[in-house]
Design a protein around this ligand. Structure first.
Ligand SMILES: N[C@@H](CCC(=O)N[C@@H](CS)C(=O)NCC(=O)O)C(=O)O
Length: 206
């Protein structure tokens, strides 16, 4: 397996985290996103349908879109799948939610604050959305007595939704203020193989 990713990409981290928690060997290719799209490597441009990371290559399969990749990996490797049809539908709900909520709000808030972009209106918009998203996640765990989003076992819904949250500090968001979310992230941190994004996504020498 080959994963094209970037050291600051939470979308890439979600896929790398799945592979790491599953103890799967893979080749990681870091793509500099500071390089404009037209000047990225020919190999990456060939495979990256949307010009974005992550891209996963597995045999003849080439996939973009982090949550589509997670669905593929879960099905192929039979890891982090839900145990029932009800669970499958729940997982899909969280994956679509994540793509438009936490994977959008927190990722953009982090981008603005990490790079000190002077975008006050946008910053306020993403901050409000991020806080709403954390409220929603917190409610999920406060209302239902379960260790992970779907049940007592982690699924790709947890892997998708937690990705950017391990970088919340860079968005100047203090996750302690959402205690049930904080406790869930602590449970994820204790899964065998869990590795923080700055280490897992670091550029590696070939
Ligand atoms: N919806 C996509 C989002 C991917 C995405 O936003 N990738 C960013 C990095 S986090 C990227 O490659 N940006 C570079 C560019 O747009 O040129 C996913 O879930 O994979």
């Amino acid at each position: 397996m080959k994963l094209f990713g970037n050291s600051n990409s939470g979308h890439s981290y979600k896929v790398a985290l799945f592979l790491q928690l599953s103890a799967i060997d893979y080749e990681y290719v870091h793509i500099s996103l500071a390089t404009d799209r037209a000047h990225r490597s020919d190999e990456f441009r060939h495979f990256a349908k949307f010009d974005e990371v992550p891209v996963l290559i597995h045999g003849d399969i080439v996939l973009s879109q982090s949550n589509a990749i997670l669905l593929y990996l879960a099905q192929k490797l039979r890891r982090f799948e839900p145990m029932s049809e009800f669970g499958e539908n729940e997982v899909r709900q969280w994956l679509f939610w994540e793509a438009n909520r936490i994977g959008f709000s927190l990722s953009n808030l982090r981008h603005i604050r990490r790079l000190n972009l002077n975008q006050k209106d946008l910053e306020a918009y993403y901050e409000r959305r991020t806080k709403d998203d954390l409220d929603r996640l917190n409610l999920e765990f406060s209302q239902n007595d379960k260790a992970f989003l779907i049940s007592e076992l982690p699924t790709i819904a947890d892997i998708a939704c937690c990705g950017y949250l391990f970088w919340a500090e860079q968005a100047k968001i203090d996750v302690d203020q959402w205690p049930a979310v904080y406790a869930w992230l602590t449970r994820i941190r204790t899964l065998p193989g869990w590795t923080e994004p700055s280490i897992l996504m670091a550029e590696r020498k070939p």
